[in-house]
Design a protein around this ligand. Structure first.
Ligand code: MEV
Length: 356
């Protein structure tokens, strides 16, 4: 055997040994979860540092499963996304899930590359990703952040990185910035929190909630990307000097008033701030005929307040109810008369916390 052949055989042998070591060292697969969110007050203004309040929607779940593939050299060798009918388990009489197979979205690709680099492996595996999401996309429910968060946790599990909550946030936020262009971080935070999230000037805390309440989340049936809505507003502010400051002042006043009402358990007052916030966002062209009419229908149906939520230009409307039976009755009415999908999430009474 010549020297070259001997070297090739030795390096092949070495690669094989490293591969088996990698297989033994890595658990082979990892799982991660996250969930949807709604914005109660302060969307868009939060992009410019003003306060905003978000609420998790745990019933809209997202799960990622990742597996190592050898050889892979750090590439995403497989990506499948299963969009589940939200809030319900799959079954024979339900619409089939929508399955996307193919290239991984850019934001998620960044997450995979960053975490593989962080793992400092001698031989990089390929990564196969299966995402199962019950968070409807383009409805202002935090779908992109929930997917990025679930993939981050799954890779953390796979690679044994033991990421801190700050490192997880950084990963999700870098993906969000790639997807939205300009992202405040509130979606990245709320899709991993079990409590309401207050983000103000880059500072995160858990606001006080003085009374239990219920939020009905109503899908308007159409939506646009948050990137589009954020860019539309940025262009409009640039074209109308002073409009940005007026919007931020008004939004801040509403959010702070809403926080005081929520802390004091005055839900009717909080509801009025939600409706005021809808009017403010409507004045900027962020609502549609459909979201405006769903807000009217919710208010006529007895909601304490109602508004668009998230990026807007379609998406979801949220409505506040004081009790679970009231929320159920509201959801039933909206479903019967407007044919919309509804989910509910809770506002749980609790004291203020410094962090989430
Ligand atoms: C999207 O859920 C909320 C926006 O304010 C964008 C952001 O905060 O990144 C529209």
């Amino acid at each position: 055997m010549g020297q070259n052949a001997a070297d090739a055989e030795q390096s092949a042998h070495l690669r094989k040994r490293i591969r088996s070591w990698q297989r033994a060292a890595l658990p082979g697969s990892g799982t991660g979860t996250a969930h949807g969110k709604v914005i109660l007050l302060g969307e868009h203004a939060v992009v410019y540092g003003a306060p905003a309040l978000a609420l998790p929607v745990p019933s809209l779940g997202c799960r990622a499963r990742v597996a190592c593939r050898f050889p892979g050299e750090g590439r995403v060798v497989g990506f499948r996304m299963v969009q589940l009918p939200p809030g319900v388990p799959s079954g024979p009489f339900l619409p089939p899930p929508h399955i996307t197979e193919g290239p991984i979205p850019e934001g998620l690709h960044m997450v995979v590359s960053a975490l593989l680099r962080r793992a400092e492996l001698q031989v990089l595996p390929g990564v196969d990703i299966l995402l199962e999401s019950g968070v409807p996309p383009a409805r202002g429910l935090g779908s992109s952040a929930a997917c990025a968060r679930a993939v981050t946790h799954a890779l953390d599990d796979l690679l044994g990185l033991q990421l801190s909550s700050e490192a997880v946030f950084e990963c999700v936020q870098s993906s969000e910035t790639a997807v939205h262009g300009q992202a405040s971080g509130i979606d990245a935070l709320a899709t991993g929190s079990r409590r309401p999230v207050l983000l103000a000037g880059g500072h995160v805390s858990t606001p006080a909630v003085g009374a239990d309440g219920w939020i009905v989340v109503v899908d308007s049936g159409s939506g646009a990307s948050t990137k589009e809505a954020v860019a539309m507003l940025r262009d409009s502010f640039a074209a109308h000097p002073g409009s940005r400051e007026r919007f931020l002042d008004h939004s801040t006043a509403l959010t702070l008033a809403g926080l005081r009402s929520m802390a004091g358990g005055r839900l009717a007052e909080l509801g009025r701030r939600l409706t005021d916030c809808h009017q403010l966002l409507a004045g900027l062209g962020l609502t549609t005929e459909r979201t405006d009419s769903l807000v009217d229908a919710a208010l006529t149906g007895g909601a304490l307040g109602a508004k668009m939520s998230g990026g807007g230009l379609g998406g979801c409307v949220i409505a506040l109810a004081a009790t679970e039976p009231e929320a159920d009755a509201l959801a039933a009415l909206l479903l019967r008369e407007h044919g919309v999908r509804c989910w509910t999430t809770r506002l749980v009474r609790e004291a203020e916390h410094a962090g989430t």
